[in-house]
Write a protein that binds this ligand. Structure first.
Ligand SMILES: O=c1ccn([C@@H]2O[C@H](COP(=O)(O)OP(=O)(O)O[C@H]3O[C@H](CO)[C@@H](O)[C@H](O)[C@H]3O)[C@@H](O)[C@H]2O)c(=O)[nH]1
Ligand SMILES: [Mn+2]
Length: 728
């Protein structure tokens, strides 16, 4: 009898219709470009601008083609955990779980601990789980919080199992769950809730005072690591095994084994570069190899709690599948956020990427590694190439007995020093790659190019949920890091088209390039939101007139493309308003984050600047949160990005008013014909409408989040400059 597969692959529906639509849009784009190329004005005002329009539209056309790769035939995977249970029972591989945190200020220990607890509580044999926290802040506050949860877990894990609750992050669970009706359950529910709240209060108050009470410090040897007055940037390596799952005394209140729990702060010295998250992950790979050495490694960001206690079993269905499992290097889950507002004011929900783009990539060889919510084979993460005869040792890690915890810790510390990696392949051929702000994407690309595939698992009950940016500044910053990182990959020897050539499929390379080319989109976009409006004001037409048949492709392409993108957003769970907000943010990101991304990438290529990684804050002040809830855009402090945003908004307003004045009110030779400027008026008009919240923030709002007056003033200055500088 043929063995049943552990997972199924299904195609998305409606593709024939989609492709028909895509072909018509493509024809429209060709006509539009044909018109541009054949109607270049003779020398004089407008010729250069026209050629610029041609260049911008060529770019948009090229980019549109790139984005078709993931929309052509997306697939969906469905794993059968019941078949896995029937076939393997509890004979499942060990899993090491890595959590990275960097800064107790922007990533509060109590938040991180809720994540760690959710990971300890997976529905998976606990003796096969090990949870590691890497603390790049090297903070005693985080260590203290870990010590607290090593005790609380003894209550939490049995509670999760008995009532089979979801999600298993206590913070998320108690925030959302109603009191149980059954009096016995209610009693237990309340007592666990009280224990959790008291513990959180202790952790938070330690964090507020910056100190751990002395009477606590004597209770665990680990606290003595901080006796020598160390700082986050200068300290020895610390590895503390808080729960040793191999020890028969490490049991919860009901006598069940607990998962292993380890705290690690790798050595930091000012003279050695620490390579941010990639450096932390690589240290974790080595440290875990002497403690649990599991064949599967899962990693999450510190704010991404497990929302589905079955996701390890789900991932195992892919790795253990007889037919395809041996080709799969990693299983990626989507990045979901729980703090998005209804209409997605900063366009930060990743719904379209999660529902469409990643499943589209799955068709061609697998999704990108997005740095969180991902299960890897230890071997592939350490650089192994794909070969047909490779056999995974699924029993790896099961037998390791610890003779002595202290010895193991000493061995582990020696693997987490600053100098350990010198003259090794770590950061290059082994582990996560260094030197790129999106270490995850470049590492995944290398894995794909070594012959492996990945799969994307988008569960009906989300696997992981984290915290997304909640202010404009955070959004701009995150997208600057992302666009810069992906663009620098595109320009490096790892360019998907060159490095991937012959190793991955062309549509897979195109899929990677969607992100690689985010940043350069900034230049044509900047051109498109400035030049046509400015030329409307100057009375120079840049589009076909209303009666010309050539206007048809322009209207068709822009209308159909936008209707489709709205439909796509709606079908991914956005609201119409959310789509509209995303369009505004699409423009804002392109003229700020992506522009800065281009500039910084070029500076880096020229050797003028170094890479940075600014951690996104996971908390915001009350006033800001309130405006965020009300979906009011947050500006507040002056910044050069805001000057660009305000200048573009204001410029378009001035151009629209000036242009309409000349069309409607002016007389004699100043009068302009509407039919000649129709498309320019529409474009400029749409830009003005989309910028309404910016005008409000500049001129109408009084709250602290408004656009600062200095920014408004600067933008007025720049608009005047733009109007009076001759550009022919
Ligand atoms: O020196 C550092 C810097 C960051 N981190 C951790 O890296 C994670 C991601 O940082 P965050 O500031 O939250 O970045 P995001 O933009 O939210 O992260 C996305 O983008 C990153 C790459 O830019 C990926 O590493 C992440 O996995 C992905 O979720 C967090 O857990 C940090 O604690 C470290 O451990 N060490
Ligand atoms: Mn994050």
């Amino acid at each position: 009898m043929e063995r049943q597969r552990l997972f199924a692959t299904e195609k998305h529906g409606g593709r024939a219709l989609y492709r028909l639509h895509a072909v018509t849009v493509f024809l429209g784009i060709c006509l539009l470009l044909g018109y541009r190329a054949t109607h270049v004005p003779a020398a004089g005002p407008g010729r250069a601008a026209w050629l610029g329009m041609l260049a911008a539209e060529l770019w948009f056309a090229f980019y549109w083609v790139i984005t078709q790769s993931v929309r052509w035939c997306p697939i969906r995977r469905r794993a059968f955990v019941d078949r896995l249970a029937a076939r393997f029972g509890d004979r499942l591989p060990c899993v090491d779980i890595f959590v990275c945190t960097a800064d107790p200020q922007s990533e509060p220990p109590s938040l991180v601990m809720a994540t760690v607890l959710s990971l300890m509580a997976y529905n998976y044999p606990p003796e096969k789980l090990s949870v590691y926290l890497s603390d790049d802040g090297g903070s005693i506050l985080t260590f203290y919080a870990m010590w607290e949860i090593s005790a609380f877990a003894k209550h939490w894990l049995p509670f999760c199992r008995r009532y089979n609750i979801e999600p298993r992050s206590p913070a998320a669970y108690f925030a959302a769950s109603d009191k149980p009706h059954d009096p016995h359950a209610l009693q237990e529910w309340s007592s666990v809730k009280d224990l959790y709240e008291e513990m959180t209060e202790r952790i938070d108050s330690a964090a507020r005072s910056g100190k751990v009470p002395e009477e606590i410090k004597v209770q665990h040897k680990g606290f003595s690591e901080w006796n020598t007055g160390i700082t986050s940037k200068d300290h020895h390596p610390i590895v503390q095994i808080l729960i040793d799952g191999k020890n028969s005394n490490a049991v919860d209140n009901e006598g069940n084994v607990l998962p292993t729990l380890v705290y690690m702060a790798r050595e930091k010295r000012p003279q050695y570069h620490h390579n941010f998250k990639a450096g932390a992950m690589n240290a974790l790979i080595r440290v875990s190899s002497v403690i649990s050495n599991s064949p599967i490694i899962m990693n999450v960001d510190c704010d991404m709690y497990s929302n589905n206690s079955d996701s390890i079993r789900d991932a195992m269905c892919f790795f253990l599948d007889e037919e395809m499992g041996h080709k799969i290097a990693f299983v990626q889950y989507p990045q979901n956020y729980n703090n998005m507002t209804k209409n997605n004011i900063y366009g930060n929900s990743l719904n379209v990427i999660n529902e469409v783009e990643l499943s589209g990539l799955d068709t061609w060889g697998g999704p990108l590694y997005i740095g969180t919510g991902c299960f890897h084979r230890r071997e592939t993460l350490c650089g192994r190439r794909f070969t047909k005869d490779y056999k995974e040792d699924w029993d790896r890690g099961i037998k390791t007995e610890h003779s002595c915890i202290e010895k193991t810790e000493e061995k582990a510390k020696s693997l987490a020093t600053c100098t350990y990696e010198h003259n090794t392949q770590w950061g290059d051929e082994m582990g996560l790659k260094y030197g790129c702000p999106v270490e995850d994407v470049i590492t995944g690309l290398a894995i794909h190019c070594r012959g492996w595939e990945s799969v994307y698992s988008n569960l009906p009950r989300a696997g992981f949920i984290g915290v997304g940016p909640t202010t404009l500044a955070q959004t701009i910053l995150q997208h600057k890091r992302w666009s810069e990182g992906n663009f620098s990959i595109f320009l490096s020897k790892f360019c998907p088209f060159l490095y991937g050539h012959g190793k991955t499929k062309l549509p897979h390379q195109m899929g990677y390039s969607i992100y690689g080319l985010w940043a350069p989109n900034s230049l044509p976009t900047l051109y498109y939101v400035v030049i046509p409006s400015l030329f409307l004001l100057k009375g120079i037409p840049l589009f076909p007139e209303v009666m010309s048949p050539w206007i048809t492709p322009f209207i068709y392409v822009s209308v159909v493309k936008n209707i489709y993108s709205a439909y796509e957003a709606l079908s991914c769970g956005e609201t119409l308003r959310g789509w509209w907000n995303a369009q505004r943010m699409w423009m804002v990101k392109r003229i700020t984050s992506y522009l800065y991304g281009v500039i910084d990438t070029i500076r880096k290529v020229l050797g003028l600047s170094n890479m940075g990684f600014v951690v996104s804050p996971k908390v915001s002040d009350e006033d800001e949160s309130k405006r965020y809830e009300q979906e009011i855009m947050e500006f507040g402090t002056p910044s050069s990005e805001y000057v660009i945003i305000a200048t573009i908004a204001l410029l378009n307003l001035v151009c629209l008013v000036g242009g309409l004045y000349q069309i409607i009110l002016a007389s004699g030779e100043n009068k302009m014909a509407l039919n000649v400027f129709f498309l320019q008026v529409i474009l400029c008009g749409v830009l003005v409408i989309i910028n309404v919240p910016i005008y409000e923030a500049m001129f109408l709002r009084k709250d602290r989040g408004r656009i600062p007056f200095s920014v408004t003033l600067a933008s007025i200055g720049f608009v005047m400059l733009a109007l009076f500088v001759p550009f022919f």
